[in-house]
Design a protein around this ligand. Structure first.
Ligand SMILES: NC(=O)c1ccc[n+]([C@@H]2O[C@H](COP(=O)([O-])OP(=O)(O)OC[C@H]3O[C@@H](n4cnc5c(N)ncnc54)[C@H](O)[C@@H]3O)[C@@H](O)[C@H]2O)c1
Length: 347
């Protein structure tokens, strides 16, 4: 387990307690040795290391689960693949398409497999939605509306477009992957508008910070998509998708475990409990995702991998370019000659 932060803890707990012993976390890697030590003690992980290189020098592994900040993904994924490990890599795959290409190259050369951390691919409701679209029963997608509203501010590195690309990557990567998945057609262009309502009061000083975004994506098929992101939303964690297709419509996801959450005008009463966090809403998907990675380490093919990861990163990079420039950006502008974007060079 590389990274002992929020997602490192979640995946460690699922691997240790939910897979019936199919996989075992034998080492925790984090330069924050205290964080690694605490997590190792909680789940009886035998060894901790300050770096992946130290862990690889000391013992052998079947796989690496990489749950570190986005700006570290390329180096860690390439190191793990070159060491002959299968890799679960958290989303977003990397900071830009140059980094995605380096990971894809190492993957190809290693002959190993890489699972990308798009856990919605493992969620029963999202899976059923994808299967319904594939069946053709409701026809072809015309408009796909995906939203994710997160309850609180993510860690500071995730609020700075130089180290993470911000909300469009850290929260809405999942939506971008979903609209790609459901549209089943290459994205052609993206337009992004952003706003900042709560940054100042929460003490976020990073330049270009935004807590609210709306993206529109046009696909080659002609389908349109909107992706809305809000973080911090404070009322809870909310991830929903609605697809209107040529012969029907479908809705995936609800605001809470009880279904409808309605607010009465003038009374402000919520009719049912709203999900409190992504850990709660996607608890089953995260378990199935780690089970999927155990399958991969046993020789199975990843359900979602580097190709989908890079397609989402292309939308992220074109999206940040759009929000900074105020214009629509064609995907071909970022995919034709991948380069490190200017805003990532400023660190
Ligand atoms: N799939 C999901 O639903 C989901 C949810 C949240 C975050 N994420 C993703 O997971 C990743 C981590 O996010 P987080 O919220 O857990 O971050 P975090 O800041 O809580 O934890 C990251 C940890 O990685 C450690 N770290 C930094 N550099 C390292 C290195 N070189 N080697 C080993 N450890 C290192 C840090 O010390 C920290 O403990 C990000 O890519 C993020 O986008 C995914």
């Amino acid at each position: 387990m590389v990274g002992a932060g929020r997602v490192g803890r979640l995946h460690t707990s699922n691997l240790a307690e939910q897979l019936g012993g199919r996989a075992r976390v034998t080492a925790l890697v984090d330069p924050d040795v205290q964080a690694a030590g605490r997590l190792a003690a909680e789940f009886a992980v035998a060894k901790t290391y300050g770096s992946l290189a130290q862990a690889l020098a000391d013992q052998s592994f079947d796989g690496a689960v990489i749950t570190t900040p986005t700006f570290t993904h390329r180096d860690l994924a390439v190191t793990a693949l070159e060491a002959g490990l299968d890799v679960h890599l958290e989303k977003p795959m990397a900071m830009n398409l140059v980094e995605c290409a380096a990971i894809a190259e190492a993957l190809q050369a290693s002959g190993r497999r890489l699972q990308l951390g798009f856990m919605r691919r493992f969620d029963p409701a999202f899976e059923a939605g994808a299967a319904l679209l594939l069946s053709g029963e409701i026809g072809q997608p015309m408009i796909i509306k995906s939203l994710t509203h997160g309850p609180g501010l993510p860690p500071p590195w995730a609020n700075d477009i130089r180290t993470s690309n911000g909300l469009i990557a850290e929260v809405c990567s999942h939506d971008l992957d979903t609209v790609n998945w459901f549209a089943a057609s290459p994205a052609r262009e993206i337009t992004v508008k952003v706003a900042n309502f709560k940054g100042r009061e929460r003490g976020v000083e990073s330049a270009n910070f935004y807590d609210t975004m709306l993206a529109t994506v046009v696909f080659e098929s002609g389908a349109l998509a909107s992706v809305a992101g809000v973080c911090p939303a404070d009322y809870g964690y909310d991830a929903r998708v609605e697809v209107t297709a040529t012969k029907g419509m479908m809705q995936v996801g609800q605001t809470g475990p009880g279904g409808l959450a309605a607010v009465k005008a003038g009374a402000g009463v919520s009719a049912s409990r709203v999900y409190s966090s992504w850990r709660e809403r996607f608890a089953e998907a995260y378990r199935r995702e780690m089970s999927g990675f155990a399958d991969v380490m046993e020789g199975g093919q990843p359900r979602v991998g580097a190709e989908a990861g890079a397609e989402a990163v292309a939308l992220v990079v074109a999206g940040v370019q759009s929000l900074l420039s105020g214009r629509t950006v064609a995907l071909s502008e970022v995919t034709a000659n991948p380069a490190t974007p200017d805003w990532q060079k400023a660190l």
